[in-house]
Structures are given as structure tokens and as C-alpha cells.
Ligand binder design. Structure first.
Ligand code: MN3
Length: 199
């Protein structure tokens, strides 16, 4: 049976300070993310969901309950999010990521503007994404815990970068100032992990 689990956080809770504070990271990882993982595994058991892997689960998520969809997305999205951040990250990508971004968006600055607009334009809770849709890089956002692997998602593709814009990701430090959180987050982007996912 498919089981979701939490990746070990690749750094300490305080490692992304001052951009993302330690208490937010601790609550986010040990309570919010842990709960999504527990709840999706409960849903898999309760609903006797038989998909063998995460890809099949998301590709068929329209057939599943809201509990399975929301918590499955929450489990996967946060595992992804932790990995595309690192202490001392940020700056501009180099190599093939830089080339792909320049080709798709014209420049790194234009890419950043468009990504920020996706993050700021998502009303309520959700995620901003950079995806590779069959060789074309695209930016978009998803509501709640939906992701671009889901059959229900308008934005489709292989996720390369994601930003959690739920208030739980920033409210303790930034309160209602999502723009300040988004601006600070660029300092912790792990471009090496983006490069790994760009095939
Ligand atoms: Mn979150």
C-alpha cells in the first residue's frame, strides 16, 4: 500500500533565519506537515486506496476524497518545498537552469516578476510553482494543497520550484505582508535542487 512520509528536514529549524524564522519552520514541519502525512495515510487506509505510487495517486486524485486530495497534496508539496530551500541559498541560477529561465521568460528578473505575481495573486491559501511542461517552463499557482501533478490542476508539469503562500508559512514573522515573505524567500532558494529536477 502507498504510504506517504516526511523527508527529514535537510537543515535545522533555525537555518533559514532571518528569512524564515525558526518557530515558523518548527510548527510548519512538525505540526502542519506531519498532520498532512498522518491524514493522507489515514485516508488511504479508510478508503482502501490502491494506487501504487505518488504519481498514480495524483494523476487520479479527482476520483478520491477531499481528505485524500488535500492531505496528499500537503504531504507531497511540503517534502518538495523543504528541499528547494537551503541556508545561504538564493542569488541567480547558473548553467542549464539559467539558460532555461532566460529562454522561457527573457531574463531572470522577468522570471522573478512573473513568479512573484503568481505568489501574490493567489487569493487565500495555495502555492506558486515553476514547472517543466514537456520542455516548456511555466509559472502558475494552485489553490489549497493542489499541485501540478494532479489531474484536477490547471497548471500541469514537473515541479521545479515551489513557494508555500499559506499564511501558516509566514504569519508569525511577516503577518499580512506576504510580499515581504516572498521577497525574503528568494534568499533561500536552492538552485542546485532545481537543476536536479530539470531534465
Ligand atoms: Mn505549508
Amino acid at each position: 500500500m502507498l504510504t506517504f512520509s516526511q523527508v527529514p528536514l535537510p537543515y535545522a529549524y533555525a537555518a533559514l533565519e532571518p528569512h524564515i524564522d525558526a518557530l515558523t519552520m518548527e510548527i510548519h514541519y512538525s505540526r502542519h506537515h506531519a498532520a498532512y502525512v498522518k491524514n493522507v495515510n489515514d485516508a488511504i487506509a479508510e478508503e482502501k486506496i490502491t494506487f501504487k505510487n505518488e504519481a498514480d495517486f495524483f494523476a487520479n486524485v479527482s476520483k478520491l476524497s477531499a481528505k485524500a486530495r488535500n492531505n496528499g497534496g500537503g504531504a507531497w508539496n511540503h517534502n518538495f518545498f523543504w528541499q528547494v530551500m537551503r541556508p545561504g541559498g538564493g542569488g541567480k541560477p547558473t548553467g542549464k537552469v539559467a539558460d532555461a529561465i532566460n529562454a522561457a521568460f527573457g531574463s531572470f528578473e522577468k522570471f522573478q516578476e512573473q513568479f512573484n505575481a503568481a505568489a501574490m495573486g493567489r487569493f487565500g491559501s495555495g502555492w506558486a510553482w515553476l514547472v517543466n511542461d514537456n520542455g516548456t517552463l511555466k509559472i502558475g499557482s494552485t489553490p489549497n494543497q493542489d499541485n501540478p501533478l494532479m489531474d484536477v490542476s490547471e497548471l500541469k508539469g514537473t515541479p521545479l520550484l515551489a513557494l508555500d503562500v499559506w499564511e501558516h508559512a509566514y504569519y508569525l514573522k511577516y503577518q499580512n505582508k506576504r510580499n515581504e515573505y516572498v521577497a525574503a524567500w528568494w534568499n533561500v532558494v536552492n538552485w542546485d535542487e532545481v537543476a536536479k529536477r530539470l531534465k
